[in-house]
Structures are given as structure tokens and as C-alpha cells.
Design a protein around this ligand. Sequence first.
Ligand SMILES: C[S@@+](CC[C@H](N)C(=O)[O-])C[C@H]1O[C@@H](n2cnc3c(N)ncnc32)[C@H](O)[C@@H]1O
Length: 376
Amino acid sequence: MLIRDEMSRNNGKMSFKRFMELALYEPGLGYYSAGAYKLGEPGDFVTAPEISPLFSRCIARQCRQVFGILGKADILEVGAGSGVMACDILLELEQSGALPEHYFILDISADLRERQHTLVRQRVPHLLKHIHWLDQLPAAEFKGVVLANEVLDAMPVHRIHISKDTEQEYFVNTNNNGFKWGLDEVSNEHLHRRIITIRQKLGQEVCDKGYSTEINLAAESWVQSIADIMACGLLLIFDYGFPAREYYHPERSDGTLMCHYHHHAHNNPLMLIGLQDITTHIDFTAVAEAGHDAGMTVSGYTNQGHFLLACGLMELAKITSYASDERTLTEIRQMQEIKKLTLPHEMGELFKVLALTRGIEAPLLGYSLKDDRGRL
Ligand SMILES: C[S@@+](CC[C@H](N)C(=O)[O-])C[C@H]1O[C@@H](n2cnc3c(N)ncnc32)[C@H](O)[C@@H]1O
């Protein structure tokens, strides 16, 4: 109703970006803002911190290295989901005597903020006093680590179509029973400029056949806004995606848009509105360039598998026996979790970790095994 009303005020159509924004974040109705359980086994999809505390404990180690360089510093986690990553990071840092001054959480969803609070109160009540929920980014002069796991993929994107000699943007129109796709002129100049670069990357032959994809300008503005408040520190972005030349690949001619509903993945965002997640992969070249343009240094880019192993995943897991019949149940469970997090055909290769820094010269722990910045 809300979407239809807004469309009827705009000649019966809406940009896909606006549609995705309402479907995911409209207070009380959007996927992330309404009450249903989203993350983990009972929800629609599973993220790395939900798979194993080892993921967050590795990140804690990367934070600890940065605290060693900066002295007293804070953590800001953006888009904290269930709150489990905050609990596990704080537990690990507490154990190693390296708690941050503050652990800030900024989440667009009021419903998730409540769930995070409940989880922290239940799991680590003694650490509750370290966590502060924010309504907006802290004022400038932030010193510390900003974390975003699977946040940029959930930001609303523009969908575009390139053909022989035209460029168009996807809009959503009303249909008798629901919604349908429509194509119209590109709505802003910034998109036009990006399309020119994408066209060059793809080459004429691919464009002649028709190519649909998406452009995530919101992710780039978000990086700019983090750069604006960062006095010194590290911004770590975890997400699925590729460098531009793989993202805008001839074979990906229908883009990377995916929807998740009860662990089923499909590519139709125009159904189950407010009930399913809508995501796109990240163009890490664009995100790194946004950081660079905002005066930050691109300090590392690797895949999740290499990042976690470099942060000491295997030492943290404490697997004592490599003979599978001698392992304890905990070790068997941990081995399964490690495989999910690191193997190339699971999350190990598709998920990437990008580091943007200001005022940190030392090489970062997470990139000591492999750094693929050259591919960006
Ligand atoms: C896919 S979930 C990931 C949650 C968590 N990081 C995890 O890995 O389990 C995306 C999260 O980002 C939040 N989010 C999306 N856009 C945001 C924004 N612009 N600012 C803050 N939070 C945002 C959502 O509310 C949700 O908590």
C-alpha cells in the first residue's frame, strides 16, 4: 500500500533503489525493520558470526593489533544483526586484556537494536556497560576500528540496463496483482558517468547483446561518511563480491541481485515484499576508490579464508588432533565451522575483506598471508 501510494504520486513508477529501500527498511514494515527472525538457522540466511564465534574472535585479534598502534581506541560496529559478533569480540578482547574504550553499535533497524540489546543482556551481561547504541555516526574525531559485516550488500542499489546504444534504469511499476519491472531514462548524472565506465569495461560486443547490472552508490557514500568521522584507525569491510573487472564480467549479464527467504535463494525482489532479504554483491574496486577519494589508504584486500587464517584462526580453534577419529565433539564441530568459513567453495573465496585506514602505517595482521590489492 505504502509503495503503491508513493508510486501513484510519481506517475505510477518508482526507482528500484527506492523500492529496495522501502522493502528492507521502512519502519515497522521493511524486512530489517519488522519483527520476524532473519539471521541464523530459524531465519532466512546465515552470516559468518552466526556460524562460529571463531570469526569474531579473529576480528578481535585484528582490532587488538590496531589498539596496540593507536593506544586507547573505540570499536564501531555498523549493522550488528543479532548482536552475536559484538558479544564474541568483546569476550575475546576481555580475555586478552584489550577491551576498547567503547563498543558502539549503529544499526538502521530499531527492531534489531532491541534484539541486540536482549542478546548482550542474556549472554554477556557484565559487558553491557561497554556497548553504546547510536542513532547516527559519532561526531568527527573517531579513533579506532569500524566494522561492517554483510552491511554494504544490504544497501539499496540502482539497477541499470546497457544495450547497443542506450542506457536505461530499471523502475518498478504496479501490475494488477503486484509489481513489474519497467525501463526508463537514467535518473541521475552520477549513474550516467558510472555507466560510461562500465560500458568501457564490458566492450561493445557484450553491450550489443544487452547487459543488466547494479550500481551501489549508497555503499560509496557510506564509505565517504565513515572517512569523514575517522581521525585515525581502520575500517574493515566484510562482504561477498569482486573487483570491478570480475563484477562487470560478460557472463554476469543479469547482475548479482539475490533474494533470501527461509534459506531459499532466488532473484525476484518484486514478491514477498518485506518478508525476504534483497542483496547484491559488492564491487570492491568502487568501494576502495570511494575510500581513496575520501583520503583513506587502501591497506589490504583479501578473501575471508586468508584473512581469518592470518589472524590465527587455527590457534584459536585449538584443534589438538589431526586424526579425525581422535577428535572430541567440540573439535569436530569447530572443524566443520572452520571449513564453512574458509574453504573456497563455502565462504572462503567469495567473501572478501577490505581494509581502509587513516594514520596506520604498519602492515595489518589479517593480510600477512595474502594481499590482493593489485586486483582491485
Ligand atoms: C545482512 S545483515 C548483517 C548483520 C550482521 N552484521 C551479521 O553479519 O550477522 C545487515 C545489517 O545491516 C543493517 N544495516 C543495513 N544498512 C545499514 C546502514 N546504512 N546503517 C546501519 N545499519 C545498516 C541491518 O539492519 C542489519 O542489521
